[in-house]
Design a protein around this ligand. Structure first.
Ligand code: MF3
Ligand code: CO
Ligand code: CO
Length: 300
């Protein structure tokens, strides 16, 4: 390999300049080439942040799991209508897992009783499917995590039930755009704080608020891995993003105040002011030149 200049892109594949990346810890390893650089970055992220950087085989596994998640979201969208019991969404998501040798990750996760989270209107997240029926004008978030061949993929979408009024449309559009901007900010060499900043700026400039208590998370070989991905924050805060990191971005955006409380079932998080809350989530992987969604769907 030719000598790597300080301003050349780092051979470890991070997308950073060499001087901003491995120059200090890899002066000797550089002679051995990119694979060894990748291994040293991987070890550094595990040790410093407990982040599990994935190899191509693992990413392929998460991608396959993610395809099943997006298929299930598409099927759920098809049955959503006024009068539907949220339990029927659970049945669909559970059956889809069974037919494909997948495990619905939420079932019995820390005592969660169902195979999917279904969160209607003022429910921010972790709604438990049951007897509640959807009404014209509601919004409903369906959040699915499957484990396929040991690989976790996590994604969610908020749907309008029927046509939806102006508030329902507004909060759903703002939350979707927050995820789109968050993903755009997730570049190699950027920071977790850049993602949060992009999301918070968009939400607040539209008069909406960002939930603080729940964050995006590493995902792939476990449900919730390091790092946390806050949906608010300052540019250049947090951990630097490098290729092979897999994590969710899943902004929960409220039409009113950000304050929440948890219902007596110990799971359901609702807005304290009763205002609508919407969420979109995808699992992404950082690549040498940007990112790839492993649970892709259109964000407009
Ligand atoms: N899918 C959720 C997330 O995006 C987690 C749900 S955990 C549960 O992280 F227990 F509530 F199902
Ligand atoms: Co998640
Ligand atoms: Co989720």
């Amino acid at each position: 390999m030719n000598k790597v200049g300080r301003n050349d892109s780092c051979p470890c594949g991070s997308g950073l300049k060499y001087k901003k990346c491995c120059v200090n810890n890899a002066a000797t390893k550089i002679k051995k080439g990119p694979e060894s650089m990748f291994q040293s970055l991987k070890a550094k992220y595990k040790k410093r942040h407990n982040i599990k950087i994935k190899d191509d085989g693992q990413i392929a596994g998460i991608r396959k799991s993610g395809r099943l998640v997006t298929e299930a979201l598409d099927q759920a969208e098809k049955i959503i209508r006024p009068g539907l019991e949220t339990e029927e969404i659970n049945a669909l998501v559970h059956d889809m897992a069974m037919k494909n040798n997948a495990i619905p990750a939420t079932l019995n996760y820390r005592g969660f009783p169902k195979s999917v989270c279904v969160s209607v209107n003022e429910v921010i997240c972790h709604g438990i499917p049951g007897k509640r029926t959807l009404a014209e004008g509601d919004i409903v978030n369906v959040d699915i995590t499957y484990i396929l061949d040991g690989y976790f993929a996590d994604a969610s979408k908020t749907f309008l039930v029927g046509d939806g009024g102006p508030d329902a449309k507004k909060i759903t559009n703002v939350a979707r755009e927050c995820l789109r901007r968050g993903i755009l900010a997730a570049q190699p060499g950027a920071f977790t704080g850049d993602i949060g900043h992009a999301i918070q700026s968009h939400a607040e400039s539209n008069g909406c608020s960002v939930v603080r208590e729940y964050v995006g998370h590493g995902v792939g070989v476990a449900f919730h891995e390091a790092p946390q991905i806050p949906h608010y924050g300052k540019k250049r805060d947090g951990v630097r993003l490098v290729p092979g990191m897999t994590f969710t971005i899943e902004p929960m955006i409220n039409l009113g105040d950000k304050k929440l409380h948890i219902l007596d079932d110990d799971w359901t998080a609702v807005t304290s002011d009763g205002s609508l809350s919407a969420q979109f989530e995808q699992t992404i992987v950082i690549t040498p030149d940007g990112n790839e969604s492993l649970t892709p769907f259109d964000l407009g």
